[in-house]
Design a protein around this ligand. Structure first.
Ligand SMILES: [Zn+2]
Length: 168
């Protein structure tokens, strides 16, 4: 599996949040990038940048070394993106996602065309649960409609194929 820029973005967004993506973009193809340089280029306060970097570090996505600035007398962190570990985390994330989709597919297949939906979109439930509420929406009292879930099944199958393709 190749760790593309898109996959790195997806991983960072999921684990840290979208605010960390530009920070990772600045260091992922380089080594020992100064946190002050990141702060300057992204026009964000050094504390904000450091906070993001520490959160990345918690997941071992970055490593750093501290160097004392001789002129100013303070310490500057130089950061490096940990591609090898990012790849492992990405694969883990994918495996978890695959499992989740497979479980959903199993449930959808177990109740093929036997799901019930409130037309006000309050609830969606399988036959047994719908029967237990007398096919009436517990939120708004509307009678539940039987739902053809073949499209959901197809979509889940496609999603599973996509993830499996990434895993190779
Ligand atoms: Zn309802």
């Amino acid at each position: 599996m190749k760790l593309t820029a898109k996959r790195i973005k997806g991983l960072v967004e999921r684990l840290i949040g979208p605010e960390a993506v530009p920070v990772v973009d600045m260091i992922k193809d380089d080594e020992n990038v100064s946190e002050f340089l990141i702060s300057k280029k992204l026009k964000q306060d050094i504390q904000v940048i450091r906070n993001i970097l520490y959160r990345l570090h918690k997941h071992d996505l970055v490593s750093y070394k501290r160097v004392k600035d001789r002129k100013k007398g303070w310490y500057i962190g130089y950061w490096t993106f940990n591609k090898r570990h990012a790849k492992i985390l990405y694969q883990d994330m994918n495996a978890t996602e695959l499992e989740r989709y497979q479980q959903r597919l199993e449930e959808e297949l177990a109740y093929l065309n036997n799901f019930y939906l409130c037309k006000n979109m309050c609830v969606r439930m399988n036959f047994e649960r719908a029967a237990s509420v007398n096919f009436t929406c517990p939120e708004c009292g509307t009678v539940l409609d039987n739902q053809n879930n073949e499209r959901t099944v197809e979509q889940l199958k496609m999603k599973i194929k996509e993830i499996q393709a990434v895993q190779g």
